[in-house]
Ligand binder design. Sequence first.
Ligand SMILES: [Zn+2]
Length: 125
Amino acid sequence: MATCWSCLGDVVKAGLDAHFCGACKKIQPAPDPNDLFGYLGLPARYRVDEAARSELEARYHELSRKLHPDRFTGASARERRLSMEKTTNLNQTIRTLRDPIKRATTSSPARGASWKRRGEPIRSS
Ligand SMILES: [Zn+2]
C-alpha cells in the first residue's frame, strides 16, 4: 500500500487502481513506470498475441481518458502536474509495448527487478 498525498488513505500499489485514490479519487503519482504492463494494470507477458494486444490498447485508451490533462484544468497545480507526467509516462509505455523489439528488451528478465519486488514470479520463457 502507498499513502494518498491528499487524504492520507491507502492506495493500492499495482494495477489500474494505483492511479487514483480509492477514497478521495485524487490522481496519484505513477506506479513504477518501468513496470510497463503493470502501469496498464496487466500482468507481465513475453508474448503479446492478438487478444493481448487489444487488451493493451483498451487499457491504454481507458487510462489515457482518465489521466488526460483536460480533465484537470480546474484542479490543483499538483494534480495538473501529475496528469501531465502520467500522460507522458503512459504514452511512452504504450509506444514501447506496441513495438515487439522494444518490448522484448525493456521487459526482459534483466529489467524485471520491479516485478520481483512486487513478489511476482519471473518466468523465463
Ligand atoms: Zn485520497
